[in-house]
Design a protein around this ligand. Structure first.
Ligand code: FDA
Length: 539
């Protein structure tokens, strides 16, 4: 079949495209598709960029970046189209046509939003999927890189390591997380005690604002540049790319893992760790993972604390340090492994150590259903409190649950709370992220797993930060409160806003009011503008 050329018959082409996709011409969706098709200008581009619901590739494009199968059920609201721009003009056109025809836009980079906000909405919406915006340009001479938002952290780390083994970037541990969402919420991993968050190391960005203007740091101004580095995604504009500062790492780092279960004094060692870990040198990263495991007694379960970490240095230095400061851990040489920084990315990402090429594979790990919640801890939890936490992991719903507990301190203590929107800096001993997981086949029973995570969260109340009870926006939790579909007052949004951003929430609202007063970029937990048009109309 020969398709007509745009230059010959633009309108006919749109009709052909829509009839091929089965779209009914009288539907409002048609106006959007018509608008976009006219702007994209030729059939071959349209077929690579627009995936309407009847397109045979619609489901595979939609599902390719769903990383929480809780939001992949027949009942989950679906976008009426997924747009996968090939160039900046396609992004602007999508924005223009969504605004013109009143469709909500959900921007998706890696698709790891734990509440599915980049690909689910209760109102008619389209997904702007940045899967073709994955270019990475590493400049080792100036120790900087440009990374497009759709690139995964694995692709970024791979690109850096392809050029040098003594530079790195301090971002998250899961290789399939996208730069776009991750940097928009802060982003931390094994280098954060030494260098801070990913967002702390961003030095420029390229963004399209609600008016379709392409802005860089200078033209967007310092307020907006501040807000996009941690104020949460889908709020201030569409970030196309980020300029990042690379950080030095030694050619050899040392990773370690020590497992302690309840019978091996896990509770006591965890208790002691709280007094020590945040004060250790910033070259050391240390994380505790709490999970349910098989006990040495056949048929019985126990709870394990996995102490996993990395020193930017050699094994002898690590063992001397831990034996001196934290002998209770019993770290021995057999728990340690010297390797390059890029191999440590595989180690912490739960990937086989054979080849770094796996960092380019978005399907290397299985996708599950999950619910996450987070806390910050400022005072050591008493032993009895830790015992209670551990015992909750023996419950039936916790078979695939994990509490991830990275020690804070180091560089995080040096960065003022208002430097970026992410406010959880000095004074935190650690963050705790609780994740409960189940299979897609168990989605009908998701309620029981979600209830478990709420009970755990409630149990932790006396031991964690208060007024506000702080939370990490990158482990988004809609239990904390949501926006209305239309007008959301400052007071209403403050309920979750202060938990994520503390006093920085006020400045985020001011920036939002300035750059997107009509609240076009929005989701259930985006920053609302101060006086939205609905309010002005007296609704
Ligand atoms: P996704 O594409 O879903 O976007 C997340 C949010 O940002 C959405 O609201 C989206 O609309 C918006 N957005 C995306 N791209 C945008 C753009 N270009 N411009 C504007 N808005 C945009 N965190 C951490 O700090 N350290 C870690 O080690 C991990 N590890 C981890 C593992 C796993 C398995 C999960 C599920 C999550 C994490 N996270 C994490 C949390 C992660 O940082 C967080 O979910 C990020 O928002 C994911 O970014 P994505 O681009 O993948 O998500």
């Amino acid at each position: 079949m020969k398709f007509p050329q745009f230059s010959m018959l633009p309108f006919l082409m749109v009709v052909v495209m829509l009839s091929l996709s089965g779209t009914t011409l009288s539907h409002p969706h048609w106006d959007f598709l018509h608008c976009l098709s006219l702007r994209l200008a030729n059939y071959s581009t349209i077929s690579k960029v627009i995936y309407a619901q009847n397109n045979p590739s619609y489901s595979s494009v939609l599902n390719a970046s769903i990383h929480n199968t809780r939001f992949s059920t027949p009942a989950t609201p679906k976008p009426f189209a997924i747009i996968t721009p090939l160039k900046t003009s396609h992004v602007r056109s999508t924005l223009y046509c969504s605004k013109k025809h009143g469709f909500q836009l959900r921007i998706r980079s890696g698709g790891h939003d734990v509440e599915g906000l980049s690909y689910v909405s209760e109102v008619p919406f389209v997904i702007l999927d940045l899967l073709n915006f994955r270019a990475i340009k590493v400049d080792t001479k100036n120790e900087v890189a440009w990374v497009q938002s759709g690139a995964t952290l694995g692709e970024l780390y791979y690109a850096i390591a392809a050029k040098t083994n003594t530079l790195a970037f301090p971002a998250g541990m899961c290789h399939t997380v996208g730069a776009g969402g991750h940097f928009s919420g802060g982003g931390y991993g094994t280098l954060f005690r030494k260098y801070g968050l990913a967002a702390d190391n961003i030095i420029d960005a390229r963004m399209i604002d609600v008016n379709g203007r392409i802005l860089d740091r200078k033209s967007m101004g310092e307020d907006v540049f501040w807000a996009i580095r941690g104020g949460g995604g889908n709020t201030f504009g569409i970030v196309l790319a980020w300029k990042i500062k690379l950080v030095p790492v030694p050619a050899v780092v040392t990773v370690f893992t020590v497992n302690k279960n309840l019978e091996q004094n896990a509770t006591k060692i965890f208790h002691r760790w709280q007094y020590i870990a945040h004060k250790l040198p910033d070259d050391l990263f240390m994380n505790i993972w709490i999970t349910k495991v098989n006990s040495s007694q056949v048929g019985m379960k126990t709870v394990q604390a996995t102490f996993r970490g990395m020193l930017l240095g050699g094994v002898d230095e690590l063992i001397t340090l831990i034996q001196d400061k934290f002998p209770e851990l019993g770290l021995a040489e057999e728990n340690c492994n010297e390797m390059s920084w890029i191999e440590s990315v595989l180690y912490f990402g739960g990937l086989p150590l054979q080849s770094v090429d796996i960092l380019l594979d978005k399907n290397a790990l299985p996708t599950v259903s999950l619910k996450a919640k987070s806390d910050y801890v400022k005072e050591p939890i008493p032993e009895s409190g830790i015992e209670g936490l551990m015992s909750m992991f023996l419950e039936e719903e916790a078979d695939n649950a994990v509490a991830m507990i990275p020690a804070f301190g180091g560089k995080m203590d040096d960065i003022p709370e208002n430097e970026l929107p992410y406010p959880h800096r000095a004074g935190n001993l650690f963050e705790a992220t609780y994740i409960v997981q189940w299979t897609k086949e168990e989605n009908a029973e998701s309620g029981k797993y979600i209830s478990w995570s709420r009970r755990l969260y409630s149990y932790m109340t006396p031991y964690v930060s208060k007024s506000p009870r702080e939370a990490y926006v990158n482990y988004r939790d809609l239990d904390l409160g949501i926006n209305n579909n239309d007008y959301t007052s400052y007071e209403q949004a403050s309920i979750w806003g202060f938990k994520y951003f503390k006093n920085n929430f006020k400045r985020l609202v001011q920036v939002k009011t300035k750059v997107d007063p009509m609240n076009f970029f929005r989701n259930e937990q985006s920053i609302p503008p101060l006086l939205s048009p609905w309010k002005k109309k007296g609704n």
